[in-house]
Design a protein around this ligand. Structure first.
Ligand code: LMR
Length: 392
């Protein structure tokens, strides 16, 4: 009898497991619309020019490979804070504890731990939400409260606000400020204003899961909801990721910002988080943060990055429009709603239709029917649209 005879067998991850299956598929016309990763028009992974340049500079500097500070390098932290809070950054710096995190996921796991220990183990999540949210917060011992979000071509603001206003006081709330994963639709400004009021009234703690800054409208516009809540004096957290907007997926480079009521609170939060980090992974990896720090502390590289980010955003918009046109040409009943933003289209395809897409047409997407539009190329639009029309 082994120690682990009763260990439960866990099925493959609904998103990452797809990439494994996709790589094993030998059909030449296969298309991966599963994991949210950006591809070029030639369906290649994209390494940004600003990142290549930053990497060349780092190489020239011949840096050592000593341990990084627990919260990451200074230029990285300060540059990341400026991106989130913009013109408020200086004024809020003393009240914010910022730490590098292993991607956005690592930041979510860290803040989950902080909230469970220091506030209350309760998290509000949209339905639907990114599939990993549920795992992250159940593993950090939270009780989950779900609020409806909507789908198709509209989000259900009324139902969402109503459910949020019934949450117990001092609940932490996961909110996506732009390019909602998987729905692809964001609240309008009036809804944000109302949500902020509810947050203040009920003493909720918003955690902005900000994985797509720059993919919605622009770096600045996408951060507007966070800045609005901060201006209104709300205590909040932001989990930031450079996976998508700087294409640094595999470097696992993100940050957690906790904006507290006072500088003293921020300092104490910092000591707690640093202790948690020490127990989870001790200190962060160096390279990704050095790359981002180099880009963000050099005005030329920053301008280069912003231009490349805008190109990525526009390519995704073109793929969304292209798929909408190709679906109608193929006579599909499904439509890509206008007004969607970001990488994803939640198509409404059933699990069975998704299976047929994969088995009969070599097109991969999660069983939720979410398609990663950033994984499309002009050359695959017709194939995907015809396949969707056939199964749908
Ligand atoms: C996604 O939703 O596909 C991405 O955020 C990648 C991931 O880790 O799930």
């Amino acid at each position: 009898m082994g120690f682990f005879n009763d260990t439960e067998l866990v099925p493959p991850d609904p998103i990452l497991g797809l990439t494994v299956a996709f790589l094993e598929d030998e059909r030449p016309n296969k298309v991966n619309l599963g994991v949210g990763a950006y591809r070029t028009d030639g369906l290649e992974p994209f390494v940004l020019d600003c990142v290549r340049k930053a990497e060349a500079r780092l190489l020239e500097q011949g840096l050592d490979m000593e341990y990084a500070p627990v919260e990451g390098p200074r230029d990285y932290i300060e540059g990341s804070h400026r991106l989130i809070f913009g013109e408020l950054s200086e004024e809020l710096a003393e009240r914010t504890f910022v730490t590098q995190s292993p991607g956005g996921t690592g930041g979510l796991r860290l803040v989950g731990e902080l909230v469970a220990r220091e506030m209350a183990p309760r998290i509000g999540l949209s339905t639907p939400s990114w599939v990993n949210h549920e795992l992250i917060f159940t593993r950090s011992r939270h009780e989950l409260h779900h609020y409806p979000y909507g789908g198709g071509d509209t989000i259900d603001s009324g139902a969402m606000l109503d459910a949020i206003s019934k949450l117990p006081e001092r609940t932490a709330l996961i909110i996506q400020p732009c390019c909602h994963n998987p729905v692809g639709l964001d609240p309008d400004r009036d809804t944000w204003l109302e949500l902020c009021e509810i947050t203040k009234r009920l003493d909720l703690f918003p955690i902005f899961d900000f994985a797509y800054q720059g993919f919605g409208e622009s770096v600045e516009d996408d951060a507007w909801p966070i800045r609005h809540f901060a201006r209104e004096g709300v205590e909040l957290a932001v989990t930031q990721s450079y996976s998508k907007n700087m294409g640094l997926y595999g470097h696992r480079v993100g940050a957690l910002h906790v904006l507290a009521a006072t500088p003293d609170d921020a300092r104490r939060i910092g000591t707690q988080l640093k202790r948690t980090i020490r127990s989870f992974y001790s200190t962060p990896p160096c390279h990704g943060a050095r790359l981002v720090g180099t880009v963000l502390s050099d005005s030329e590289l920053t301008a280069n990055w912003r231009a490349e980010l805008e190109q990525m955003r526009q390519r995704i918009v073109a793929m969304r429009d292209g798929l909408a046109g190709a679906l109608s040409e193929a006579g599909a009943t499904l439509e890509v709603p206008s007004g969607q933003r970001g990488m994803f289209w939640l198509s409404g395809l059933s699990r069975e239709q998704v299976d047929r897409l994969r088995d009969d047409h070599a097109i991969y997407c999660p069983s939720s029917g979410r398609l990663n539009l950033a994984g499309l190329a002009p050359g695959s639009l017709r194939q995907v649209a015809e396949a969707v029309a056939t199964v749908g």
